[in-house]
Design a protein around this ligand. Sequence first.
Ligand code: ADP
Ligand code: MG
Length: 240
Amino acid sequence: MMFPIRLEQVAFRPDGRRVLDNLDLTLSGEGISIVLGPNGVGKTVLLKMIAGLQAVTEGRLLWGDNGHPVERIAMVFQQPMILRSTVLDNAALGLRPLGLSRRACEARAREMLERVGLNHRAGHSARLLSGGEKQRLALARAWAVQPRLLLLDEPTANLDPSAVEAVETIVRGIRTDGAKVLMTTHNLGQATRLADDIVFLADGRVQEHAPARQFFARPESPAARHFIQAELPWRIRFDE
Ligand SMILES: Nc1ncnc2c1ncn2[C@@H]1O[C@H](COP(=O)(O)OP(=O)(O)O)[C@@H](O)[C@H]1O
Ligand SMILES: [Mg+2]
């Protein structure tokens, strides 16, 4: 079991600049956790550390009981990585390394394309897909490997509302299939729709980690109240 994931006193100081500092966070293996916080606060760095794409040089990142990530992790970025090949090949990308036969890979990839509504495009060039379709393809590729942990870095930035809704439905499906989801977003509506819990980063550390409902109804820190007020398209006052 690789949960809980624990970050203890994690710091990230590129060129002496204090980005993350004394960051403590514990993540359970259930539900959808959404990381919120101002631009440049270190949300992407945090996800990359958990994905193993950014070394933890200060502090500790611990996985469950034995200290190592022993189950599958998948990550999808804001700009989906798309190979110059067919939609089907792209969906199958993570499967060959798992030792499946070519036929089994194709069958599974087709099943995933069906789930994300792209099966009719299987033979088309993936480069020609729209932004929303590319993101659904990236999610199909991640879903195909049946990850225990899915990391999503602003997966719906720059997508129109119907594409956003499609991505949210897929994310819920992956969660229901047994993945823990850790994602970032700038879309507070999305955070209220998807999140079980909110991790609010500001000033280099976790300022609040609370159930989503509680976070949005009664944010504890002034930084969180200010962040929510600034991000919402309407005015809101919190009882002090
Ligand atoms: N590999 C790196 N080397 C140096 N600085 C980095 C590196 N990765 C991120 N940063 C810096 O860390 C800060 C946080 O970045 P990021 O995690 O992308 O913020 P955000 O919360 O917007 O996702 C930024 O100032 C960024 O320039
Ligand atoms: Mg980012």
